[in-house]
Design a protein around this ligand. Structure first.
Ligand code: NAD
Length: 451
């Protein structure tokens, strides 16, 4: 972050079975003397977004200041014996950005680029997201810098167990609750739950969400982000006087989010004309038969070759004349270079950060309605919250009940963002940030300053 914070390196003691082993480093993002980074720092975006909300809200300066600082950042070493008999040490991270509304909540990412700045920004976005959907969590994020594609199952399990041992004192159902993120899965969450439970000496399913159903996972969790996108798309269309039925939709990305959104939008009556994965898109202007596309993809692991479709590249998909464009792949896909070519009048952000700030500006100038990620893709964290609730009272709901409660939460969040948009006459993204900042500041001021 390099924002002139004083150098601070302290040591965490981790109560590993009572042994006072020195296991972690807790420190500010940069020690003094660390050279400035040249790459784009997403935490700068976080600060800019807070400022943007503040320019409209005019909150007390002292109330706003804590929002500009992560509550806790931790870096741990994760030494692991690799299959070839050599010891390798990975860097692990866990950041709680804010916990004024409840315990930290946020995923564990396994990716070679995982670093403290990214975890900090992602933790802040989790805090805003939880506030927008009004669930009693703050924001957190963590991960290990590793490439899960190049690791065996055994190595992945050892990394997970050691990483969780290192941050054992910092997580828990009332403290900070991890979940899957890029590169992690329900299976990894099962190891998280087991490691934490073994160290505690009793089973604690509420320490982590996104678990397999057999270990206290929730029905509906796998589809939750896609289902949330369905509700948000429907509500957005309704607000502009359109019906979901027959609305033409193009979806970029066919992983968990994109494929479930495509399936659910299709079954709710939308006309999904194009879907894509990293290798390209398939397009049929009359609409795709989604159940058949999904079955074909499951069988062949590819979209190309699906009968009756034209192949497009991912840039062509973004330019299609549709009612709704739903980016559900990677960050930065809609940017200053291609935003002026987009013909959709509505963009519903399924991915995190699919639109860059310069892309956003161009879209705003052209009157394109962008429903921001921190609202649109919040369905996953809402059902994570339901999973935590069910684990904590040890009673599980039917999947239909989970889906019904998800709809209630997503529609309420959408309405709150929309009325903030109208009240302050701002775009939907700024409205979402205003709502989040307002709710977090309210919680902080009610609690007051401790000691
Ligand atoms: P995933 O790995 O399951 O799927 C990603 C998809 O994007 C794959 O189909 C891949 O082929 C495709 N893809 C990758 N690069 C692409 C490119 N350049 N152009 C087009 N397609 C490309 O991931 P996911 O879980 O579906 O997540 C997608 C996005 O949604 C990410 O930004 C993630 O952070 C965000 N998100 C996911 C969840 C969740 O519950 N899974 C929740 C909130 C946000």
């Amino acid at each position: 972050m390099g924002r002139g914070r004083s150098a601070m390196t302290s040591v965490l003691k981790n109560g590993n079975g009572g042994a006072a082993a020195t296991l972690g480093r807790v420190r500010s993002a940069f020690k003094s003397g660390t050279p400035a980074r040249v790459h784009h720092n997403p935490f700068d975006d976080v600060l800019e977004q807070i400022d943007r909300a503040a320019r409209v809200l005019h909150p007390d300066v002292d109330a706003l200041e804590p929002l500009r600082h992560p509550r806790r950042q931790v870096i741990v070493s994760v030494p692991v014996m690799m299959d070839d008999g050599h010891l390798k040490v990975f860097d692990g991270y866990r950041v709680i950005y804010d916990n004024s509304r409840g315990p930290g909540k946020g995923g564990i990412r396994y990716h070679p680029d995982v670093n403290l700045d990214d975890c900090t920004a992602l933790a802040a976005w989790m805090a805003w997201k939880c506030a927008i959907v009004d669930i009693p969590f703050g924001g957190a994020k963590g991960g290990v810098a590793c490439d899960p594609q190049k690791l065996s199952q055994g190595e992945l399990e050892r990394i997970t167990r050691r990483y969780i041992s290192e941050i054992f004192d910092l997580i828990g159902p009332t403290v900070d609750i991890p979940a899957p993120d890029v590169g992690t899965s329900p299976k990894v969450m099962a190891w998280v739950m087991d490691t934490f439970s073994m160290k505690k000496g009793y089973v604690e399913p509420g320490v982590v969400t996104g678990k397999p159903i057999a270990l206290g996972g929730s029905g509906g969790r796998l589809e939750a982000t896609g289902r949330g996108l369905l509700f948000v798309t429907r509500e957005t269309l309704r607000r502009v006087g359109r019906d979901l039925n027959g609305a033409r939709v193009a979806i970029q990305g066919f992983g968990n989010v994109g494929s479930n959104a495509a399936k659910l939008l299709h079954s709710a009556g939308a006309c999904v004309v194009a879907v894509s994965d990293v290798s390209g898109a398939i397009y049929n202007e009359r609409g795709l038969d989604m159940p058949r596309v999904l079955a074909y993809y499951r069988e062949t692991a590819q979209l190309s070759g699906f009968p009756g479709t034209r192949l497009l590249d991912n840039q062509e998909l973004l330019r299609l004349p549709v009612d709704v464009l739903l980016p559900a792949a990677m960050e930065g896909q809609i940017n200053g270079d291609n935003a002026s070519d987009i013909r959709a009048r509505i963009i519903v952000e399924g991915a995190n950060g699919p639109t860059t700030p310069d892309g956003d500006e161009q879209l705003a100038r052209r009157g394109v309605l962008v429903v921001p990620d921190i609202l649109a893709n919040a369905g996953g964290v809402v059902v994570s919250y339901f999973e935590w609730v069910q684990d904590r009272y040890g009673y599980f709901w039917k999947e239909a009940e989970v889906n019904e409660r998800l709809e209630e939460k997503m529609v309420a969040a959408f309405d709150a963002v929309w009325s903030t948009k109208e009240r302050f006459e701002v775009d939907a993204r700024t409205a979402a940030y205003i709502l989040a900042v307002e709710r977090i500041i309210e919680a902080r001021s009610l609690r007051g300053l401790y000691a």
